[in-house]
Design a protein around this ligand. Structure first.
Ligand SMILES: [Zn+2]
Length: 973
């Protein structure tokens, strides 16, 4: 019977909505759990990658609800920023690629597309699109709290947040370098760039080498190596210019002109010249006044800083390799008027001493890594390695003048400082992860932004409180904690406002609009009051600073605050109470790309605005989704919008598929094969449920057999594993336990009972077992596959919703160790017998099992007990055993047997020892006897079970002597 997924999904979504079961209000007698996931940017539909992050949060919310919490899981939409502006601009320009994406991948109807010339219409369209998808996939969201970040009431909230940050002196204004899109005229952050790349800015030192009245400003991140310069590199194929830069005359690459202008330098080009013309010329070092030759190098990138590079072959692998090449090909340089003699003179100059390296660390590493040419990608790695060792362990040598003996880390700063002070160098900001491309398609640059507003995440005291908050938080998975610590330490001033885009105006300087990574850090608090704002139609001007101060910080008298704001006092108090009930935030979910910005900003700003008791408690981070093993990308055409995927596979199979294959940080590999196999598996589960429900027996009270008790005991183990896994959001493991591992045991159970004589009492007992399995399984699967589980719950005739049912709890009392060990015995005996049949190629007619004598159990358990605390040795063990008169009488037999078991016991895992010690003497005879029928069916032979010392036993080959506890002797005929 195929499952009509769409029908079931629609049915339950409607029923849930009507019953309002996901709407959470404060309940004084119930613990609360407040969980949020980063609200989406509505500038495209969500795809399967988003589906993973949001589904995980929903599964978490549903799980906590079943654990008895009053769970608040809200959602809003982040309109703030410039992406939709850039999009509408490109649409106006009839950008073909973007139109194609909208029409063919996002399936935007032509009619809607027409409106997209207005940026906010784009946001509104995708807002509805994403929301519809969230409903279709069954997220348990309290929609009464929905808002957008351009709602005027929300603007008031963000203004309040910024005033708080300003009062705490965490906001400053000044000139700072920012990533910049020349086309949009706006700073860019991670959210504005293609591929979500955060622009990384570094400060280069430009060391000025004298060239006939001009300067060649060589750009370096290691100014201290200026003492080791042997030559200069320029690219002969590149266009350079002579230009007046502020009050000096420089020779720089053509590409650097605009960049210098963005850094507020006045650049007037005098003449253009080819790199070729400069090769072979001589310049002067600012530190030694020595003449230095300009040599050609094709690795010099005119787009990188000034396009002028100094060569330090002793300490820079790139330079070392390039110099080697020049020496090999010296004859080719004759055309530049460079003589063999001049080249021969060039020798690496060692200026830094590093332990465990020769005077020429660059040469060492190049040799170690076997790097042959300038285009070898390992050169990057080699450069980093040399730098790391020199920076941490290197000291400056005698030939560095006043810097001799200084650690490199210190010399680096001092050299730079002195060169700049004496006018021999300047600095230049540059992107080090070039090219960074804006979403509009333009390559980004660094701009010194005048009068920019910043949030100062560099403040050391603030960093200390952020660390304190982090230390008290749970980070899932815990492996990510060092990354958060690193980001907190590393963060510095962050531009927080722009001159364009949607969002909230800076309250004290309304030309500026607060950008998207700054208005999304404490908004979780706003969810708690949004319900009231909507219900009572609270106006923006009623949300005064005093009102927010009272709601969130308990400052002031409610009657006065309300009166002043013309707000109903009851409404004010309700908002305060609701916030106080749901805050702090219990769990924050997001994808991994937000660790280095959003998630860490959230920690910072919470500590700045709220008292410690209201700081967030947990962060859960998940990895991304691969499509058939590949990264999802528009160019590969493998992005499936979420709503389309739901149509293709069904909501539950899709939810299941994105969570079932990987733990938190791993990439999940999605494929349609996987989704279909998951769907089949869920349909089989549904089938099992329907059959179990129909098979209700009319007789009650059948005795549970060993096998029944074993199955129920195993069920407890799976409940325990699933619960522990869910507590750490290890959903893959939880699903594995609740469905696949449980199923393995269940298959064995079915095999064991298959040929039983189904008398009514037996049927009743088995039905009881099946019902218990179904009951636990439907609950454990409900968070991940809520629709089908709800349908089954109804078929089971249960009251209410499985979504609100109690998560099954592990009950130790229901663990039956005896049954588990007994069943393991049956399984092992069957396996051993089959192995013997295979080895001997006998098709037995009769099989005899002999279980160990009581004295053997006595020896076995004594040995086992002793082995828990120490490694047992024969002599000591025998001594102890011989204190018992009954064993002493048969000393020789005991010694022989003990010798046989001692190694095995010493090697046994502890948990197995403890299990067996808990069970004590397993009644093997009864266990095998009860399974006689089963063995006969499986082995197609007559089966007899004897005790080793049974005088009536049939034992022609004296096999019974070989019997050991848990290892009955087997004799086939
Ligand atoms: Zn742009």
């Amino acid at each position: 019977m195929p499952v009509d997924w769409e029908k079931i999904e629609e049915k339950w979504q409607k029923v849930w909505g009507k019953a309002g079961i996901f709407e959470a209000d404060p309940e004084s007698n119930k613990p609360k759990y407040f969980i949020t996931v980063a609200y989406p940017y509505p500038n495209s539909p969500q795809h399967i990658g988003h589906g993973r992050t949001y589904t995980l949060a929903d599964v978490h919310a549903r799980y906590m609800r079943m654990r008895g919490y009053n769970v608040l899981f809200p959602m809003a939409f982040h309109y703030t920023g410039t992406p939709v502006l850039a999009m509408s601009k490109r649409l106006k320009e009839r950008d073909k690629e973007l139109i194609d994406t909208f029409v063919h991948i996002y399936k935007v109807p032509k009619e809607a597309l027409k409106n997209f010339v207005e940026p906010v219409k784009i946001a509104q369209y995708f807002h509805e699109e994403i929301k519809a998808g969230m409903k279709k996939i069954g997220y348990s969201i309290d929609w009464r709290r929905e808002f957008t970040t351009i709602d005027p009431q929300y603007n008031r909230f963000i203004e309040w947040q910024f005033k708080k940050l300003s009062e705490a002196r965490f906001i400053s204004q000044g000139s700072h370098p920012v990533g910049w899109c020349p086309s949009d005229g706006n700073p860019v952050g991670q959210h504005d760039t293609q591929g979500d790349v955060e622009p990384e800015i570094e400060e280069f030192t430009l060391i000025k080498f004298d060239y006939d009245g001009y300067f060649l400003p060589a750009a370096t991140l290691r100014p201290e190596t200026v003492f080791g310069v042997t030559n200069m590199w320029l690219n002969p194929e590149v266009e350079y210019v002579k230009a007046k830069v502020d009050n000096e005359q420089w020779v720089i690459s053509k590409e650097s002109i605009e960049k210098l202008r963005y850094l507020n330098r006045k650049v007037e080009v005098e003449e253009s010249l080819s790199g070729k013309e400069l090769i072979g010329e001589k310049i002067k070092s600012p530190v030694s006044n020595e003449e230095i030759l300009i040599l050609p190098a094709d690795f010099v990138d005119p787009k990188n800083a000034t396009g002028v590079v100094m060569s330090v072959p002793a300490h820079a692998p790139y330079d070392y390799i390039a110099l080697e090449r020049v020496k090999r090909e010296a004859s080719k340089l004759e055309k530049y008027g460079i003589t063999q003699e001049a080249i021969d003179k060039l020798k690496p100059i060692s200026i830094i001493a590093v332990p465990n390296y020769s005077p020429y660390p660059a040469a060492d590493v190049v040799k170690d890594m076997n790097i042959q040419n300038q285009l070898d990608p390992s050169l990057e790695k080699a450069t980093r390695e040399v730098y790391r060792h020199e920076f941490h362990n290197g000291r400056m040598k005698e030939n560095t003048g006043e810097y001799v003996g200084l650690p490199v880390a210190e010399a680096k700063e001092r050299v730079k400082e002195n060169l700049v002070k004496t006018g021999k160098a300047e600095t230049m900001y540059e992107l080090v992860n070039k090219p960074v491309i804006c979403r509009c398609g333009t390559e980004c640059v660094v701009k010194i932004f005048q009068d920019q507003w910043f949030i100062n995440y560099g403040n050391p005291e603030w960093k200390a409180t952020a660390h304190k908050c982090l230390n008290n938080m749970e980070i899932l998975p815990e492996d990510l904690r060092p990354e958060f610590n690193y980001v907190i330490d590393w963060l510095h001033e962050k531009a927080c406002a722009r001159k364009a885009g949607l969002g909230t105006k800076l309250p004290w300087d309304p030309e500026w609009i607060i950008e998207s990574l700054s208005d999304s850090v404490i908004y979780m608090a706003y969810y708690t009051i949004m319900k009231h704002i909507q219900k009572h139609n609270v106006q923006p001007d009623q949300l005064t600073d005093a009102v927010f101060n009272y709601i969130f910080l308990g400052i002031g008298q409610p009657n006065e605050v309300a009166k002043e704001a013309a707000l109903n006092q009851k409404v004010l108090e309700q908002m305060h109470n609701e916030f106080s009930y749901f805050y702090p935030l219990d769990s924050r979910h997001s994808g991994r790309d937000l660790v280095s910005n959003h998630l860490t900003f959230m920690i910072f700003v919470h500590t700045a605005v709220f008292p410690e008791t209201l700081w967030p408690c947990q962060i859960a981070v998940n990895g991304s989704v691969l499509m058939e093993g590949q990264k999802m990308s528009k160019s590969l055409g493998n992005i499936i919008p979420l709503r389309e995927a739901i149509k293709m596979f069904g909501a539950d199979p899709l939810r299941f598929a994105v969570l079932a294959t990987s733990e938190l940080l791993q990439d999940a590999d999605f494929s349609s094969t996987l989704a279909k196999s998951v769907r089949d598996r869920l349909e089989r589960f549904y089938q099992f449920a329907v059959e179990t429900v129909q098979a209700q027996a009319n007789v009650k009270g059948g005795q549970l057999t060993l096998t029944d008790r074993w199955m129920l005991s195993r069920l407890q183990e799976h409940v325990r594993t699933a619960t522990r896994s869910m507590d750490k959001l290890m959903v893959r493991k939880a699903i594995h336990s609740a469905l696949y591992a449980l199923d393995q045991d269940f298959q064995w159970y079915l095999r064991r009972i298959a040929k039983e004589n189904m008398v009514p009492k037996r049927k009743s007992a088995i039905t009881e077992v099946l019902n218990k399995i179904l009951d636990a399984q439907v609950r454990m699967l409900a968070p991940v596959a809520p629709h089908i589980c709800e349908e089954i719950w109804e078929k089971m005739g249960r009251e209410g919703f499985v979504s609100l049912a109690e998560w099954p709890t592990y009950n130790e009392a229901r663990v039956d160790m005896g049954a588990e060990e007994g069943e393991t015995l049956v399984r092992n005996v069957l396996e051993d017998t089959l192995n013997i049949i295979k080895a001997t190629k006998i098709a037995p007619k009769r099989i005899n099992y002999y279980v160990a004598a009581p004295w053997k159990w006595k020896v076995y358990l004594t040995s086992l007990e002793k082995s828990v605390s120490e490694r047992i040795v024969l002599s000591a063990l025998m001594k102890e055993l011989m204190t018992r008169p009954d064993l002493k009488k048969m000393a020789e037999k005991v010694a022989k047997f003990t010798r046989l078991i001692i190694d095995e016991i010493n090697q046994m895992p502890d948990d197995k020892k403890h299990r067996q010690l808990q069970v004590k003497v397993l009644n093997e005879h009864q266990t095998l006897k009860e399974a006689e029928n089963f063995f006969e069916q499986e082995l197609n032979a007559k089966v007899h079970v004897y005790s080793e010392e049974d005088s009536q036993r049939y034992d022609p080959k004296k096999k019974s002597e070989l019997a050991r506890p848990y290892r009955p002797a087997i004799y086939l005929e």
